[in-house]
Design a protein around this ligand. Structure first.
Ligand SMILES: Cc1ncc(COP(=O)(O)O)c(C=O)c1O
Length: 388
């Protein structure tokens, strides 16, 4: 069966090859430890599970979701309260909040709502692979903006050529940043707003790691910057702060026109998030903030374990300021795929090769801290033995 041309434009997913190698190693009976995926292993907090069980029993929640394209008002009100409390950002739940099936859905529907075929769309490189796919599926032309270690992995906005900016209608960014672990600053967001406003470029700031910052770094929202909601939206998610990746719930906040556009796409595609999941989401936002503190303590301990182990064997392993990833330059300038292969072969440990996040991810690997402590310790011990 011939598939649509648009699918052929999406670059091959580098991680599929890795997945196949893992499958083969496991089939050979090897005990493989994967540090490649950001998916918390700790359970979702009890109040969230209880609320799902309770609300799933009500027949009225078995029907199409209430306010299907925007999400339930009660959920949007909870999001508005969360943003006020955590980030000091006041939102109108009617016009400035939209429920999503996770932040990833928002990435895709933002492109469908904003990008016309042929538009240039900027995205950071390295970056979360779904941005490129979303741009391509919308018929846009992805244009990479390198983010480099020497700049704290923030883009040099003013160095993006004027010719590209003229053709560009949107930009995707994400801080705290997957994969680099870098965080932004209020000054950077202010500069981003001014830059985007001057060029009429819509900003999609994807912020699912907003709660995961270390060493006293402030929790930031792009919407804290003056004028931000005139130029863009922020995506956020319950996946990471509440260990809810499998529940598929997140939200978009900010520019009402962009949100209306996304809602229009949604009402013609997915009919929204099941009510019971939205009630569970409310329970998370209203009653489970302490889960974040608990997870921060866990990730803090794990990031130190990884950094200390690798530093002790001469690997340049800096502590990330945000997220639950470590972004490490490969030893001796090794290629990222070569390094990932070597660790799989010698230590049966899987890491994500930086090349999978873009051209500028080459020369790095990413380690995720979302594995149980004992497995992470075991992985570090194996890496230590394999590399010394
Ligand atoms: C930068 C970034 N955006 C979005 C997502 C997807 O989040 P969600 O589960 O809310 O769709 C991820 C997941 O790893 C991510 O790293």
């Amino acid at each position: 069966m011939q598939l649509a041309d648009r699918l052929g434009r999406i670059p091959p997913y580098l991680f599929s090859e890795l997945r196949e190698k893992i499958r083969r190693a496991r089939a050979r009976g090897q005990d493989v430890i994967s540090l490649a995926i950001g998916d918390p292993v700790e359970p979702t907090p009890d109040p969230v599970v209880d609320e799902l069980c309770r609300t799933a029993r009500s027949p009225e929640n078995h029907r199409y979701p209430t306010d299907e394209e925007k999400g339930m008002l009660a959920f949007r009100q909870s999001v508005a309260r969360w943003y006020a409390e955590r980030y000091g950002v006041e939102l109108d739940p009617q016009a400035e909040v939209l429920a999503l099936i996770g932040s990833k859905e928002g990435c895709h529907h933002f492109a469908l709502a904003r990008v016309n075929p042929g538009d240039a769309v900027l995205l950071t490189d390295p970056g979360y692979p779904a941005y490129r796919a979303s741009i391509l599926l919308a018929g846009g032309e992805p244009v990479s903006v390198p983010i480099l270690a020497e700049d704290g992995f923030l883009p040099r906005l003013n160095e993006i050529p004027a010719e590209v900016c003229q053709r560009a209608t949107a930009i995707y960014l994400n801080y705290p940043n997957n994969p680099t672990g870098a965080v932004a600053t209020p000054e950077f967001f202010a500069q981003l707003v001014a830059w985007a406003r001057e060029r009429a470029i819509a900003v999609c700031h994807d912020n699912p790691y907003s709660e995961f910052v270390f060493d006293g770094a402030p929790r930031l929202s792009f919407l804290q910057a003056l004028g931000a909601r005139e130029v863009g939206i922020e995506l956020n998610s319950l996946s990471k702060p509440f260990n809810m990746t499998g529940w598929r719930i997140g939200f978009a906040v900010g520019n009402p026109d962009l949100l209306r556009g996304i809602a229009q796409v949604k009402s013609n595609t997915d009919s929204g998030i099941p009510n019971a999941i939205q009630y569970a989401g409310i329970a998370a936002l209203e009653r489970c903030a302490e889960n974040i503190d608990r997870m921060l303590t866990i990730y803090e301990r794990r990031r130190r374990l990884v950094a200390d182990t690798l530093t002790a064997i001469g690997w340049k392993a800096e502590l990330p300021k945000g997220t639950f990833y470590l972004w490490l330059p490969t030893p001796d300038g090794m290629g990222s795929l070569e390094c990932a292969d070597l660790l799989l072969e010698r230590a049966q440990v899987v890491v994500a090769p930086g090349r999978g996040y873009g051209e500028h991810g080459e020369g790095y690997i990413r380690i995720s801290l979302t594995v149980p402590d004992d497995r992470l310790s075991e992985a570090m011990e194996r890496m230590r033995r394999a590399l010394t």
